[in-house]
Design a protein around this ligand. Structure first.
Ligand code: AMP
Ligand code: MG
Length: 405
């Protein structure tokens, strides 16, 4: 049996080079940048006002001064005149600052005077008017040619506005390979069925499909297949058409655990079978290489929490690597809120619920019946990593946790 770290290394070396696709920004959230995004504009593109007011020459202005208004500039206009001593331009937020002006006086600090047939204002400002006030210089936030997102950045909804601003209507991102999910077991019925004697509902299929979709990967759920060699083989063959096949169940040592043999018969090369982790020990991983294409195959243990832990540690790593993200699990640290004993001899992932303490981020281990107990997962928001069982962990001990989503 290999360690989690070794399994992650083997997965990493089994993932082929990443493909790049171009997507529109309407579809870019969650995707990972595959080519640096460079701005084609300065931002702002011109010196601009950030207030509604008057563009002025700062050292021409003091409390009580009268200025002639030479024009009105709104956002989208371009100034037709420069500003000289004794004059100003009425200017709205976002509009370009006219030549000569170097400051903006807020509308609220002025009063308009209609006399001499022209348009005049008086400045009523106790504060001194300084150059650069209430305006932004051209390229103050960004210059044309600057990189705004580097390769490897995962695009958030909040990034879309900047992408649009810099003209990146389409972005090169890593392709997200297609996934098939197949749940094996004579005992399984679908979620909409009433289980008869000896039957249980298929938790893994819908959960694994949801976890893949959450990562943005297109999924085909191939449903349930019985532990029957012929049926299993033909369903697995369908799944091998995809780039990742997730099987659940049938990888342990039981008399109907037919998955490893069926995969071997279909020329899927085993990379590892069995990892020192609890739950999840029987996990099987292999690769089918055919006609220049490859399919990664994960045989996940049937118990749903085992499947979930194996997905979180291993499948996610493979998918992250394919999608251009860091494949390592992302641990945070929390403080055990109460003492916790773990038995066994494998590194253990135990469901936990985090609570915000006064100073610390606390985590409570949840009462849990083991790898078939999904009920506990319903109230958990993390898996607590306990590396060296058997051990007694004291309240106050710092423990790494992995977030569930
Ligand atoms: P297996 O890995 O096939 O030996 O299954 C281990 C345990 O997980 C058995 O108790 C199965 O009934 C259960 N199991 C297998 N597949 C599923 C599934 N898709 N949903 C819920 N439980 C499952
Ligand atoms: Mg089974």
């Amino acid at each position: 049996m290999i360690s989690v770290e070794r399994a992650l290394q083997l997965i990493e070396t089994s993932v082929a080079a990443l493909d790049v696709v171009r997507v529109s920004i309407a579809e870019a959230v969650g995707r990972v940048v595959a080519q640096d995004v460079v701005s084609d504009v300065d931002s702002p593109p011109h010196d601009k006002s950030v207030m509604d007011g008057y563009a002025v020459i700062a050292n021409d202005v003091h409390d009580g001064v009268k200025l002639r208004v030479v024009e009105t500039i709104v956002a989208g206009d371009w100034p037709r005149q420069g500003i000289q001593r004794g004059t100003c331009a009425k200017i709205m937020t976002g509009a370009p600052i006219p030549v000569g002006a170097d400051s903006v006086v807020m509308l609220e600090s002025t009063e308009s005077l209609e006399d001499d047939g022209g348009s005049w204002i008086r400045v009523n400002s106790q504060e001194p008017i300084s150059a650069g006030r209430h305006m932004l210089k051209r390229a103050a936030s960004l210059a044309a040619g600057e990189t705004v997102f580097h390769v490897g950045h995962r695009i958030r909804a909040t990034d879309i506005g900047l992408l649009a601003e810099v003209g990146a209507s389409h972005v090169d991102v890593y392709r997200q390979p297609s996934v098939a999910v197949l749940s094996t077991g004579n005992e399984l019925v679908a979620a909409h069925d009433i289980p008869r004697r000896g039957q249980i509902r298929n938790s893994n299929g819908p959960m694994l499909a949801a976890l893949c979709r959450k990562m943005g990967f297109p999924v085909t759920d191939l449903g349930i297949v019985h532990d029957h060699p012929g049926e299993l083989r033909s369903k697995i063959e369908m799944g091998l058409e995809r780039e990742i096949l997730l099987l659940s169940g049938g990888v342990s040592a039981g008399i109907l655990d037919l998955v490893p043999k069926t995969l071997a018969d279909l020329s899927v090369q085993n990379v590892f079978h069995g990892v020192a982790v609890k739950p999840g020990k029987p996990i099987w991983f292999g690769v089918l290489k055919k006609e220049g294409k490859r399919t990664l195959v994960f045989g996940l243990p049937g118990n749903p929490v085992s499947s979930l832990v194996c997905f979180t540690l291993f499948v996610r790593a493979a998918m992250a690597r394919m999608a251009g993200l860091d494949p390592q699990p992302h641990y945070s640290w929390a403080t055990l809120a109460k003492p916790h004993d773990v038995r066994g001899n494998r590194p253990t992932y135990w469901p936990g619920r985090t609570v915000t303490g006064l100073e610390k981020w606390l985590v409570e281990p949840i009462e849990w019946q083991g790898s078939s107990d999904m009920r506990a997962l319903g109230v958990a928001d993390v898996l607590i990593f306990l590396n060296t069982p058997p051990a007694s962990h004291a309240a106050g001990e710092a423990v790494p946790v992995l977030r569930l989503d």
